[in-house]
Write a protein that binds this ligand. Sequence first.
Ligand code: BTN
Length: 246
Amino acid sequence: FGQQINVYPAVDSTQNVAREAAEQGAPEGTLFIAEQQLSGRGRMGRQWVSPAGKGIYLSMILRPNVAIPFAPQLTLLTAVALCRSLRTITALPIGIKWPNDLLIGQQKISGILLESATEDTRIKYIIAGIGISVNLTEKDYTEQLLVKATSLRLAAGKPFDRATIVGQFLLEWEQLYESYLAAGFQAIIPIWEALSVSLGKPTTITTHNETIVATPIGLDESGAIRIQLEDGSERAIFSAEMGQPN
Ligand code: BTN
């Protein structure tokens, strides 16, 4: 990973640049990093604040030989690698909010966006996009966003070197990904659970057709989150939005 790193001063979104390269046959592990994104995007069509020189905006091409339903496992794996590397570099109490946010307290500092292209029942490629708010200051956010988001710099009171973070992340990521390809998702589950800030706290969970209050209790082998409803029954869900833990 990272043997081929393409760095750009400004792009619309590193996801788009990576996707074009993947379509042209670029191999797994090819990385795309931009100093600035003019239309960085998050999940659910949201915007990702991407000012020049202050954040990490990174996309990587993955070509895992796994069936389509298991793609969410890669989001969870990426969150673990990110959380570990950011904790190592910053010593900040960073936790994972299911499925793909990294938080300090209630505020988001990093997000993951997986976009995939499929062929029949196989994954052709996945573009794993990672945004980390490293050295953003209050001026970079709207007032509304400042309530929900922060940066490593704002949280720690000092700036961090972006290249060091990227290096540490790639190290952690490669190690986990190799173990995942060789031994499966099983070994990632307890690590993810230990870093999660979602477990054991009742929260609102919005799926494509309903909003419920439930308590996340762990992951299952496929990468779905197991939740306990107020009536004590259990369910596993793959995709939803979670409210803030109370
Ligand atoms: C989210 O939390 O909603 C996901 C945010 C993902 C942002 C990254 S920055 C690099 C890559 N390029 C994009 O346009 N988005 C992802």
